[in-house]
Write a protein of this length. Structure first.
Length: 182
């Protein structure tokens, strides 16, 4: 499981870096500095969505519907896999039901990411004036849910990893102490 976790973590980080260091900055630049939907964890209004879409150039729209969408099709699945593997690797001493529940939260976060992607694509397909408040609200709700569930899941894996590391260090120290006494 350790190797699978490390490989999925490496793949997740690679895709995430491509998103935040290459694709999303290109979209932001193509929208006169307005923040893309994916980077608005607290959501957005219909007015904000239409303003972003109106500012977005054709090249920015192509970036959003092309490379950004492809990267963002891979990232949620990779993140969910990494989080689930992390939960089971670092939380092995915790009850199975708790690990399954935490895993379900991580998978739900990724499902909301896919829902967000579909709703954003629907808005990108329309002229800005045709994007309704309801469409923007639905996309925004998916963005907020994705962000909240993802942040919670990542935090839980980090906590489990710290606890795992503390336990491992204690065991090593105890072994060293016992070996030194004999």
């Amino acid at each position: 499981m350790r190797i699978a976790f490390r490989l999925s973590l490496l793949a997740s980080v690679a895709v995430y870096l491509a998103l935040v260091l290459w694709s999303l900055p290109r979209i932001e630049a193509a929208a006169n500095g307005l923040t893309p939907f994916d980077l608005r964890p607290f959501g957005y209004t219909g007015e904000e969505a239409r303003a972003f879409l109106a500012a977005l150039s054709d090249a920015g729209r192509a970036q959003y519907l092309g490379p950004q969408r492809w990267l963002d099709m891979a990232y949620p699945a990779l993140l969910a896999l990494t989080l689930v593997l992390g939960i089971f690797r670092f939380g092995a001493r915790f009850p199975l039901a708790g690990r399954v529940l935490l895993s379900a939260v991580a998978v739900a976060g990724s499902a909301f990411d896919y829902l967000e992607n579909a709703r954003v694509a629907a808005m990108l397909a329309l002229p800005p004036a045709e994007v309704t408040d309801a469409m923007a609200a639905a996309a925004s709700q998916a963005t907020v849910a994705k962000s909240g569930l993802g942040a919670f899941s990542i935090t839980m894996v980090l906590i489990l990893a710290v606890l795992f590391g503390v336990r491992r260090r204690r065991r090593r120290r105890q072994k060293t102490d016992k070996a030194g006494r004999t």
